[in-house]
Structures are given as C-alpha cells and as structure tokens.
Design a protein around this ligand. Structure first.
Ligand SMILES: Nc1ncnc2c1ncn2[C@@H]1O[C@H](COP(=O)(O)OP(=O)(O)OP(=O)(O)O)[C@@H](O)[C@H]1O
Length: 337
C-alpha cells in the first residue's frame, strides 16, 4: 500500500551542536517521514539525541548534514515565523508566568498569526475556543497558570499548541510529571487530535507501555545506529524494541507487552492459571530466589487464592504470593544477592 505524502521528511540526517569552529556530533543516519492523521512516538535512552532532533526540526539548530523537508521544501527555506505557523511545539519547561490565566495563555498560541501586538480576530478567537473545547479545559479557562495541577497545565499547553494551528504538533515528554491516569488521558487526547484534526503529532516519551497502546508509529533512536521506524505492533513482533534496552539485563516480552528482567535461573514446575503463575514468577525474579534445582512443584489457584509448595512427600500451603515467597526464602535461602 502506498503511504500518504509525509508532511515532514528527512533522509540520512546528521545532528549535532556547533561551538566556535568545533562540531559535536550527536546522531546520524536519521531518516523519517512523518504523516498527518497519525500519532508518532519517538523513544530512546536518555542522552541519545531526541531533544536535539526536535530542535533541528524546529530550525533552532542546523543539521550537520542532510535536510529536513516540510511539505517537500527544505526547512531552512522557511522563516522562523513561517515555520511556527506550520509546526507547534510543546517543550518540557514549565511555564511560570504566574499572572496569565489559561485562556490568555492559549491565546498566545495565535502570535505566529497575529504578531506580538496583534489583536485577535474573530477567526483567531474561534481557534482559541476550539482548542479549549478539544482539550476539555473550559472549566479552568479563568484560572491562573500558577494554580493548575501538572495535568491541567499540560492540557493548557496542548491547547495553546492547538490554537497555533500548525499541521505538525511536537511535544517533548508531555507526560513526564503526570500520574498514570493522566498519562493515558494525554496520550489518548493526542491520538484523537491527530486523527480528528488530521495533524501529524510527534511525541517524545519514555512511557513505552502507554506508547504501545496509543501510538500509530514508533521512531526508535539508539546510539550509533539508524533511526528505526514502523508501527509498534510490527516492531514488537520483529523484536526491535529490544534495541532500546541493555539486552544482557532487560528484555521486552512480546507476550505480556512488558519489559522484564532477564531470567537468571530456571523456574520450578508450576501448576495453575498463567495469570497467577506470571505474577508469582515476577516475585521470584525480584527476590532473586533460585529454586530451579530443588525438585519443587508450585501449585496455584485463584478465587479464592490457594498456593501449595510440594517437595518430595512434603506439602505446605500459603494464602498469598507474599506468603509463598516468604516460605521459599525460609526453606531455600536468603534469596537476596
Ligand atoms: N546546547 C548543547 N550543546 C552541546 N551539547 C548538547 C547541547 N544540548 C544537549 N547536548 C548534548 O546532546 C546529547 C543529546 O542530548 P538530548 O537532550 O538531545 O538527549 P535526549 O535523548 O533528549 O535525552 P533525555 O531523554 O534525557 O531528554 C547529550 O549528550 C547532551 O549533553
């Protein structure tokens, strides 16, 4: 199937910083195409160069080599104003302009269209209103920014970027300070915006599990290697997510969809439903309990929970996973290494 025309594209880009006459290379072999209507997540370890890539896309720093194309034209051909009409960005720094209220901050999103002193036209007001509605923040539109929770502030920042009305929306770690429910909510909101408003949304995140649940595309950035792109599902079955991990310690388990510590021992024989067996194994792993050569059989059942340890002729019962682990520790050693 033919992919739709990307709004942003780059081929074999090298990124880095220029200080006096010295170049500090950060990443190379960066090729991508960002499409409208899709939520794309950029993932990679700390320091690999994700923010550097964002700064390069925004035209804040030049690429060492290669070009980024916006609607088929090199971004260096766009003025900063033209670029900010096309690309809206939400960075990680918190806005601390205490006196502004939410609506006033969202209105600032129109500056690329009106100029600093420009009055908001009816169309500008409509864009602001729509951004407030989409992000469900009407109830706090009069609140000063200093009185917002991190989740509310993040939504207000997204609203400001929406009011800016670029075709591309870029967010650097928008869920960094949020609780689990808000992290899901923000990512679902961003997917909805991509889909319903036909924007190309690019999100830098470390939230692998939430990104798997919400993103249409992944960009995986790893030190010294080309950017790997594709749908999360395809990258999972191709075992590409392990590129993000130190695979001597951690591994992405494609069945559970979670990152797991690499097993350092074999498990004993287990009987029981997989969903409890897996949680029992996690507790064994965390406690580093090597009971592989003990001839032990562990039987587990749910609702009501019942666990049995069987070794040769002896059986012992336990009422919870915690109690089972305690029993094993008492019988087979300290466990902690
Ligand atoms: N202004 C700068 N001048 C020189 N080097 C910089 C500058 N900003 C960042 N770097 C370096 O570039 C590298 C990549 O940093 P960057 O912030 O892009 O990584 P990141 O992947 O976004 O990391 P994180 O996940 O921790 O946010 C780091 O080694 C950093 O020290």
């Amino acid at each position: 199937m033919q992919a739709s025309q990307p709004i942003l594209a780059a081929s074999n880009l090298s990124l880095g910083y220029q200080k006096s006459k010295q170049t500090k290379p950060i990443a190379d072999q960066i090729s991508f195409s960002l499409e409208k209507g899709k939520l794309t997540c950029l993932l990679g370890p700390n320091g690999v160069g994700k923010s550097t890539l964002i700064k390069t896309i925004m035209g804040q720093i030049p690429a060492i080599s290669g070009s980024i194309f916006l609607n088929g034209k090199p971004i260096e051909n766009f003025s900063q104003k033209a670029l900010s009409q096309k690309i809206s960005v939400v960075l990680t720094e918190k806005i601390t302009t205490g006196t502004l209220n939410v609506r006033q901050m969202v209105e600032l999103g129109r500056i690329p269209h009106t100029g600093w002193l420009g009055r908001l036209s009816g169309k500008d007001q409509q864009k602001v209103e729509k951004a407030i509605q989409t992000t469900h923040i009407s109830y706090i539109e009069k609140s000063p920014l200093s009185e917002l929770s991190d989740g509310q502030l993040q939504k207000a920042m997204i609203a400001r970027a929406l009011a800016q009305d670029g075709e591309v929306l870029i967010l650097d770690e928008p869920t960094a300070h949020l609780d689990l429910v808000n992290r899901y909510e923000i990512m679902r909101l961003l997917r909805k915006i991509a889909l319903e408003e036909n924007k190309a949304v690019l999100v830098v995140t470390h939230d692998l599990e939430i990104a798997i649940q919400t993103a249409d595309q992944f960009w995986l950035m790893q030190c010294g290697n080309p950017l790997v792109t594709g749908s999360p599902e395809d990258l999972i079955i191709q075992e590409k997510l392990n590129l993000l991990l130190p695979t001597d310690k951690l591994i992405f388990d494609k069945v559970s969809g979670k990152v797991q510590e690499l097993d350092v021992f074999e498990y004993p024989v287990f009987h029981g439903p997989q969903e409890i067996v897996d949680w029992f194994k996690l507790a064994l792993r965390k406690n580093k309990l090597d009971i592989s050569k003990t001839g032990l059989i562990i039987s587990l059942q749910l609702a009501p929970f019942k666990g049995t340890l069987q070794i040769e002729e002896t059986t012992e019962n336990f009422e919870s996973i915690e109690e089972g682990i305690l029993l094993l520790k008492t019988r087979f050693g300290k466990g902690f290494q």
